[in-house]
Ligand binder design. Structure first.
Ligand code: C5P
Length: 289
């Protein structure tokens, strides 16, 4: 038996199927109302026990990222050590497949997957409330990424209500390889706040019901993102025009946009069509959960 096994966890892409900005707190953070789901596609975190903490970056998107102390993965690992009085360390490898600063929670999902896998490696189970508080201290999207399942999210990201089972639905993610700053997008948002609009139980009963419910909601960060990063207009138009695309929208603060499809085959066909026309863009297909 290997006494120092490698453990692995996928940091799945997070997608805001809709995102209403409902208010602003005194500390500058915004009150959100969002249906957040995950795609079965993402980064991969691999860990092995060691005396100290260390981080190595590999993968196609690793180039733009720092493996220094400011990396959210190391901050998550240090936070967990402190929370559970752990003296053990870990060698951590991040295979970065998701684009960075892209509105699909790459950094948040990495931090959350690190917390999950290190709890296994170090054989600790801190109280759920403490783990969620640590997650929130790392970023507003980290709590939902820690749960790693579809949720209706409120507050700044800490209010999590699990959804009904989702209908079978595949997502095509498309990023034009332009990084977008989340604080800048929130700052550029104008106009009044939106009302909260959680989906109803019956909205989950079929793909068509689901799409109809999402269609009557929106992403409030899309207009400011389209203003600051105009290529998003083209990305949305391209996805919208793909065969069998039921809904096209931007995720989070962008610039990644998504199309929803009722079958894996139609999502893959759409990706192939898109890739012929827009060779420099990044794209991925996954089933949502
Ligand atoms: O928490 P996180 O570091 O992911 O947030 C990045 C930025 O996004 C924050 O500094 C803030 O400007 C903005 N934000 C917000 N309201 C939220 C989440 C994020 O204003 N609910």
């Amino acid at each position: 038996m290997n006494e120092n096994p490698l453990l692995q966890e996928v940091a799945s892409a997070k997608i805001n199927l809709f995102l209403h900005v409902c208010g602003r707190r005194d500390n500058g953070y915004h009150e959100l109302d969002s249906l957040m789901v995950f795609a079965d596609y993402g980064d991969v975190i691999t860990v092995q026990s060691a005396d100290d903490l260390s981080l190595t970056l590999i993968g196609p998107m690793a180039g733009d990222l720092s493996a220094g102390e400011d990396n959210l993965i190391l901050r998550a690992a240090q936070g967990l050590q402190a929370l559970s009085s752990v003296t053990q360390g870990a060698t951590i490898t991040l295979e970065k497949n998701l684009p960075i600063a892209a509105g699909i929670g790459g950094g948040s999902a990495d931090a959350a997957a690190t917390l999950r896998v290190l709890c296994r490696l170090w054989d600790i189970s801190p109280p759920e409330a403490d783990l969620q508080a640590l997650a929130l201290s790392l970023g507003a999207d980290v709590p939902v990424c820690l749960r790693n399942r579809a949720a209706h999210v409120t507050g700044i990201g800490e209010g999590l209500t699990p959804t009904q089972d989702l209908p079978d639905c595949w997502v095509l993610l498309v990023n034009p390889r332009e990084a977008v700053s989340t604080p800048a997008i929130f700052k550029a948002r104008q106009g009044s706040f939106s009302a909260a609009a959680p989906l109803l139980a019956e909205d989950y009963q079929s793909f068509d019901h689901f799409i109809a419910a999402l269609d009557s909601r929106h992403n409030d960060l899309s207009p400011p993102a389209q203003m600051l990063c105009p290529v998003i207009d083209r990305v949305l138009a391209k996805i919208h025009g793909l065969p069998n695309c039921a809904l096209a929208r931007m995720s989070g603060s962008g610039a990644t946009c998504f199309g929803l499809f009722s079958s894996q085959e139609s999502a893959i066909k759409a990706q192939q069509t898109l890739e012929k026309e827009t060779k420099s863009w990044w794209s991925a297909v996954g089933k949502i959960f």
